[in-house]
Write a protein that binds this ligand. Structure first.
Ligand code: SAH
Ligand code: SF4
Ligand code: F3S
Length: 445
């Protein structure tokens, strides 16, 4: 049987969809290739969020298609957000491409591969207002899994292409999500990360629960906390994470859940984007600096050891030095454990792309460096304060840098490098005393 390899760009949603595609190909009798070089079928799962993300994927696809000159039977396909955005244009730019599959067409992967093996090309796109199928296949064997609960996004921040490539926000029925998590737990999964672009909107636009669903034992009335409570009740699941958050979703019920449900990891990715109200307004983020910080304060009151991570965009149209300084001070006030900083990239069809991209690239780069420098100092300081404390670590396996050591993660999602005790297996929990800290890593020697 031909072998396949999948190369994934973009967010965890794409990682999840690559896994579902791999599972579908395995079920159809294809085998995972040991590496991309030797694979008969190569799939590239793509991201459109910044221009650079697309450039990388297009470069990669160009190289892969070029290998077809020597290996004419090789199959090269593209899926994900860029496939959805560019569609048929991809075949013009990449004449040897075999297939392009959009974001809500996961079930087309196997047929497209089979068609390509017979020499036929496939372009599969679906109306993004349609009720989608959520990816649900998992490759067995892991102790940690992603589960998509909310597809698409309707928030329409002015800079963002995601609503155009992922379509309308749609919540999977809670019973489907719970069945998937139960099946994962039965296979030995101990940790689940629930995924959605604006995940706290779960069940708000399309219903998640219906009258037949059992009532919430804790009296949760909002669908997202109610779902988390139900996931936490599944035996075998020890840790629950979710991403990404939005301050409007930090409700009293969610805060109560953080306080009362020990399986909810005290970690939250809460993208802030900017610390300036003027910029937040033009981004149409739907909150002010003050509202963001108030949400953080509510969470910290319930979970003082909360690890908070964020995304920031520098160089948004009209961002002044004063706006930028507001972002700097917000990041210090919010005390982020980690931050992903992005240089603004105008995306075709978005509202902000019609505005002048007036912050020069060199200035975006400078602002990016300043924030990264601040974050390094802050991260080192926060991690240093953890030295001497005992943290519960989920062991992942040998460390990439030093195979004599293992790495694992704390509830706050920080990586800990440690010497493994005899007989330790990936997926085991252990309590470790932190002996040393770096900005991004903790050590337990
Ligand atoms: N749904 C998530 C974000 C998904 S995109 C949320 O809203 O929380 C991931 C990150 O990419 C965003 O948080 C933002 O920081 C960044 N991003 C999105 N569009 C961008 C653009 N046009 N230019 C630069 N960064 C962008
Ligand atoms: Fe994009 Fe905003 Fe939706 Fe996040 S919430 S995916 S930034 S439109
Ligand atoms: Fe990129 Fe699509 Fe995720 S645009 S960030 S892969 S939703």
């Amino acid at each position: 049987m031909p072998t396949f390899s999948i190369h994934t760009y973009g967010c965890q949603m794409n990682v999840r969809e690559s896994e579902a595609a791999a599972k579908a190909l395995l079920d159809a009798g294809f085998a995972q290739a040991p590496d991309e070089e030797t694979a008969d079928i190569v799939l590239v799962n793509t991201c459109s969020v910044r221009g650079k993300a697309e450039d990388k994927a297009l470069g990669k696809l160009g190289l892969l298609c070029a290998t077809k000159r020597e290996r004419p039977g090789r199959v090269v396909g593209v899926m994900g957000c860029m496939a959805q955005r560019m569609g048929g244009e991809l075949f013009k730019r990449l004449p040897r491409l075999d297939f392009a599959i959009g974001t809500r067409c996961a079930e087309r992967v196997v047929p497209a591969v089979e068609a390509a093996l017979h020499g036929d090309t496939t372009l599969a796109l679906r109306d993004l207002h349609d009720r989608p199928d959520a990816p649900n296949g998992h490759v067995a064997g892991g102790f940690s899994a992603f589960v998509t609960i909310l597809l698409g996004c309707n928030r329409r921040c002015t800079y963002c292409i995601v609503p155009d490539v992922r379509g309308d926000e749609w919540s999977r029925p809670a019973r489907d999500v719970l069945a998937e998590v139960r099946a994962l737990a039965a296979q030995g999964v101990r940790e689940v990360t629930l995924l959605g672009q604006s995940i706290m909107n779960y069940g708000l636009r399309t219903p998640a629960f219906d009258a037949d669903d059992p009532p919430s034992p804790g009296g949760y009335t909002r669908p997202f906390p109610r779902l988390l409570e139900a996931v936490a009740a599944i035996p075998g699941i020890e840790r629950i994470r979710f991403t990404s958050g939005h301050p409007s979703g930090v409700t009293e019920e969610l805060v109560r859940l953080f306080r009362e449900e020990p399986k909810i990891c005290h970690h939250l990715h809460l993208p802030v984007q900017s610390g300036s109200d003027a910029v937040l307004g033009r981004m149409r983020r739907g909150y002010t600096r003050e509202a963001y910080l108030a949400a953080v304060a509510r969470l910290r009151a319930a979970a003082p050891d909360l690890a908070l991570t964020t995304d920031v965009i520098v160089g948004f149209p009209g961002e002044t030095e004063a706006d930028f300084q507001s972002t700097r001070t917000l990041m210090e006030e919010a005390r982020f454990d980690n931050a992903f900083i992005f240089k603004y990239s105008p995306r075709p069809g978005t509202v902000s792309a019609t505005w002048e991209d007036d912050v020069p690239d060199a200035e975006k780069a400078r602002r990016n460096q300043v924030l990264l420098g601040d974050q390094d100092v802050r991260g080192a300081r926060i991690n240093q304060a953890l030295v001497g404390t005992t943290l519960r670590v989920l062991a992942e396996g040998p460390s990439l840098r030093n195979p004599a050591k293992w790495s694992g993660r704390t509830p706050g999602n920080k990586i800990v490098v440690f010497t493994p005790p005899k007989g330790l297996r990936p997926g085991d929990f252990l309590d470790l005393v932190i002996t040393r800290a770096a900005p991004q890593t903790l050590y337990a020697d």
